[in-house]
Ligand binder design. Sequence first.
Ligand code: 5AD
Length: 343
Amino acid sequence: MMIWIDKLRRDHALAPDEYRQLLATTDTDAVEYLHRQAREVALRQFGHDIYIRGLIEVGNRCRNNCYYCGIRAANMSVARYELTKEQILTSCREGYKLGFRTFVLQGGEKSGSYAMWEDVVSEIRLAYPDCAITLSLGEMTRSEYEGLFRAGANRYLLRHETYNADHYRRLHPESMSREHRLQCLQWLKETGYQTGTGIMVGSPGQTLDHLVEDICFIRRFQPQMIGIGPFIPQHDTPFRDCRPGSADLTLRLLSIFRLMFPSVLIPATTALSTLLPDGKARGILAGANVVMPNLSPAAYRSSYALYDNKAAMGTEAAEGLALLKQELDKIGYRISTARGDFK
Ligand code: 5AD
């Protein structure tokens, strides 16, 4: 096992079955070794700097019905909201004062409209020429992606969720298409966005073979950012009674991606922190180099309920940067207020 880990660090790739064995192994020394190698690679690349991104949850209206997600269209129990342009700009202003130089606008696929996003992005670009604007607004047309890029957006996050066609079908209704999701990712890259993709770990029906397919897809796609968090059930969804994903497996994947892509940007996700109280530290020690504290107006945070018990306070909150600083300090890391582009 150790030999494969060394090989992964050296060649940035393994054979599919070798990835599978790394995911399946019960050898805890090997897993510790995997995390240590990934940590070293991240240290060599980024030092002890952790990039911060201010996450603004711009709205929870959605036209889709992903079986796992708490803001799916069919969920009548969630209070729907949409931030105004002014509220978003106020969040940016507060974030800027706190030291954020990346704003991430994330929302359901029926929050705002294309015209509104073009306007919002242009205004943020004008007010904060030194900041990166990341969008996470789901599937759009190619010309919409291009328009928002021209308006000043730099990065786009769109997880493929799962590469396997049967598994994709298990997670999404017929109205959604894996092929279209992959097409969108291609468009984003061609448009010039630093593009992020990723998966949920332990979503219902997922097997280790599916995860190996995800790894191989991500290798071909060569994203600049990779988001990986455990699946966590949400009580108003068809998957309410399913078991959450494994934090251990999430951390293994994180380390594998770090070894595959030394300079890729990988967040220690909120979902991981929701599952493990020390998830952020564990993620960083396994190779993550980004955290995304919540910069949304506090009154709306509980409505952006993708999954149950979602952490939005403490070190997950932008106002909690002091706390985050302390937590990073404990493991010898520090916040970087650099823009932190992919290099
Ligand atoms: N558990 C974990 N992650 C989830 N997401 C949506 N629903 C859940 C859930 N129940 C993730 C998806 C999506 C991102 C914004 O949130 O991967 O891409």
